[in-house]
Design a protein around this ligand. Sequence first.
Ligand code: SAH
Ligand code: SF4
Ligand code: F3S
Length: 455
Amino acid sequence: MHRTDIRPIIDEKRPKIYIETYGCQMNVNDSEVILSILQDEGYALTENMDEADVILANTCSIRDNAEQRIWGRIDQFRLQKRKRQGVVIGIVGCMAERLKDKLLEGHEVDIVAGPDSYRSLPALLRAVTPDTPQINVLLSHEETYADISPVRMDRNGVSAFISIMRGCNNVCSYCVVPYTRGAERSRDPQTIVREAQQLFDCGYKEVTLLGQNVDSYYWKDASGADKDVNFAQLLEMVAKISPELRVRFSTSHPKDISDEVIYTMAMYGNICRHIHLPVQSGSSAMLEKMRRKYDREWYLERVRKIRSVIPDCGITTDVIAGFCGETAQDHADTLSLMEEVVFDSAFMFAYSERPGTLASRKYPDDIPYEVKTERLNEIIALQGRMSLKSNEKEIGRRLKVLVEGASKKNAEELCGRASSNKMCVFPSRGEKAGDYCEVEVVSVTSATLICKRID
Ligand code: SAH
Ligand code: SF4
Ligand code: F3S
């Protein structure tokens, strides 16, 4: 089945499906896979929950507050059921996988489906009745949805996600993902290249290759080891589609990012100069407890390597504050690493214990809430200064920006991202989303580069 139209079907006569997506980029892409499967079953997308026959929430379990938000949404969905008989409520994704039939108890949820069971959604929908909820939370060692062309739900038709692998084998001690997404498996590279080519043919200008740990992508070819494909080779295959197609990827794991990947990035101007390289902590003792399999020195060496080969490479990160047993010195080590690296931006979180993980079994969640919050706030404040510092270095530089649309604050200005992933705003000359513009940075904030036109 290869769809040529990658846009959602909007059709008044078809039964309607409404999808809310939470969590990471992989979930966004999974929702597009789900829509593709359900369109083939005769459903059409609606953006209005009040007219939906089926309400789906594609959920995230990464931190407790992510799940709390979804419980709140489930209450809202139940009100829809009171208003309109026959509405089906489905909880899919990571929280479905984690909580399984607990979601069916007294919550008026009709369908529970985990990340590897989306092909069974049509059958679950056919079988469901008000008295017989349906559940499929089987995880798979093979499923990559390789043959399914996701129906793109983004609005601007410029940038799309392509999942290149699923699951994770790393078992970082704090993390629920290996339990919700199962074992790591890589997707056939030919299907990835075909999907990227199809997007380019439809006018897309940027693809982001997604995996929990893209550096461990590895396709074993049945016809012989010389046909195997690693992540650097996959990147090159996608970059070769066209110099006009930008290629991004996420997430890189510091223990696995190889020199070959860094050199491949340097060789192709259309592979964006940005690496999301989550450090989690600057303390080697914490990193060991987190089971990240690298230490502070290793991380700093990888950063030096990246910058020596690609001096203008954006480096962003994730940081966890207040992991089990974190001392004031461990926290200070995180701050000093952040000052040493000067990340362009960061996602920063307070540690949230997840049931079933190694950390929850082995280490008490012993950093008091106030201390976690104080440390997190310090980390956020420092990153604000570091983002500004990193942006100030851009002043006077010339950048090629892919237009995303009008700037939110001023309709006469455009916004878009530079190769480094930094957000730029600049005066419009009537370009539209998907056009490239040459600009020069004139001033900055911690979040944005303010530019003038030079083309
Ligand atoms: N695969 C990616 C991360 C996926 S989860 C990687 O290995 O880098 C995204 C981020 O959520 C993680 O990088 C981590 O910073 C954060 N995170 C994961 N589990 C968490 C937890 N239990 N508490 C707080 N933050 C967590
Ligand atoms: Fe979680 Fe670690 Fe896997 Fe990332 S690499 S998804 S943090 S277990
Ligand atoms: Fe959340 Fe699952 Fe992604 S737990 S971060 S949606 S892999």
